[in-house]
Design a protein around this ligand. Structure first.
Ligand code: SF4
Length: 363
């Protein structure tokens, strides 16, 4: 419990950890879907607080990490079109495709710019109407509403040179794919706090209903996470499976109706490719026909080669909970945050990055 004094509520944390230890009846594998949880669990040394029978597995909840190599190639091809300004969030520019990253494309002359919000890209387009400005959107239900809002704003302002390249993804289909694959015997799922604030805790009911696997939605403070873990331990010990909510100060059963309305106005579910999980039905968000004039994929069609992940990188297996960063022979030798081989070492939500930054707090 070396790091416990750093907590805001060390006494509560200590009591929760002791409670969990008392209540565990058998070895459990709990998957944290969200990359934010992977980071928080590593940063706060939560694994050290848990009894050895409770194993935490990282899941596919790092949006940058699950963006496929082919999609990075697609973005790179668009960035190479004469006159195009390609904008995106910071981590995304370093993710490798089969022909390198967007950062490398920029070094070769492509106009790739980092923005903090899709609204910055709309403003950029309004200021420079002679050039197409493409916003590369990645992320789950958390970021998709803001990107949808940027399209609504561009239409309202009459900005005709703003486009979105949507690689957005939906979280429930990825969870279903992992449970269906059955490669890992998952005893419970720590539900993603930010995503569930948007989609609502009811959206996870299919997990206990279909697989009888408990879910507990968690926030990002150590107390939130430990409380959710205790809920999962209790459900397993008592033979229950339902959706519990340890983040009720943010998450409602029905979610955020305004955000969902904006997201569903602009996007519709479509099949998409996930790094690690492969193609999944209705797991992506494509731009609806009604907003086709903002859809970069329709306006700038590009062809890319088949998906090829960096050789030897085990990021895909890590995203499915099948391997841990420690299983990768490149971890910390060939691959580190300065010289990342795969996306799990690039994003602040990537499991390899979390293990690298906070390795001393893991075991
Ligand atoms: Fe891939 Fe690097 Fe992680 Fe290994 S350590 S799985 S190479 S990102």
């Amino acid at each position: 419990m070396k790091f416990i004094d750093e907590y805001r509520n060390p006494l509560t944390v200590r009591a929760l950890a002791a409670d969990i230890e008392k209540r565990v009846r058998k070895p459990l594998k709990l998957m944290e879907f969200c990359g934010g949880h992977t980071h928080a669990i590593a940063r706060f040394g939560i694994r050290k607080l848990l009894p050895p029978d409770v194993q935490m597995l990282a899941g596919p909840g790092c949006p940058v990490c699950v963006t496929s190599s082919a999609d990075v190639d697609r973005a790179q091809a668009m960035a190479g079109i004469k006159g195009v300004i390609l904008t995106t969030f910071g981590d995304m520019v370093r993710v490798p495709g089969s022909r390198g990253s967007l950062e490398e494309a920029r070094a070769q002359g492509a106009d790739v710019r980092i923005v903090y919000s899709p609204m910055d890209a709309v403003a950029m387009a309004a200021k420079d109407p002679g050039r197409p400005v493409i916003f590369l959107g990645v992320g789950f239900e958390t970021t998709a509403p803001a990107v949808a809002a940027s399209i609504l704003q561009a239409r309202q302002q009459g900005v005709k040179n703003y486009f979105v390249l949507s690689f957005h993804k939906l979280t429930p289909p990825a969870t279903a794919a992992i449970l269906d694959a059955g490669e890992v015997n998952i005893s419970g799922i720590l539900g993603p706090g930010h995503v569930t604030t948007v989609i609502g805790s009811n959206a996870w009911k299919f997990v206990p209903e279909k697989w009888r696997v408990p879910v507990a939605v968690a926030g990002f403070e150590p107390v939130d996470i430990l409380l959710a873990i205790r809920m999962l331990v209790d459900q397993v010990s008592e033979g229950r499976s339902q959706v519990d909510n340890a983040y009720s100060r943010s998450v409602l059963p029905e979610g955020n109706r305004t955000a969902l309305k904006v997201m569903n106005e602009v996007f519709t579910a479509c099949d998409t490719e996930w790094r690690g999980l492969g193609p999944l039905r209705a797991s992506g968000l494509c731009i609806r026909e009604e907003y086709a004039e903002f859809d970069a994929l329709r306006i700038f069609p590009v062809t890319v080669a088949m998906d090829r992940e960096p050789s030897a990188c085990r990021c895909g297996e890590i995203l499915c909970g099948v391997a841990s960063p420690a299983d990768c022979p490149l971890f910390g030798s060939t691959c580190d945050p300065q010289h990342p081989v795969g996306p799990c070492m690039i994003s602040s939500e990537g499991a390899c990055m979390a293990y690298f930054q906070f390795g001393d707090r893991l075991l």
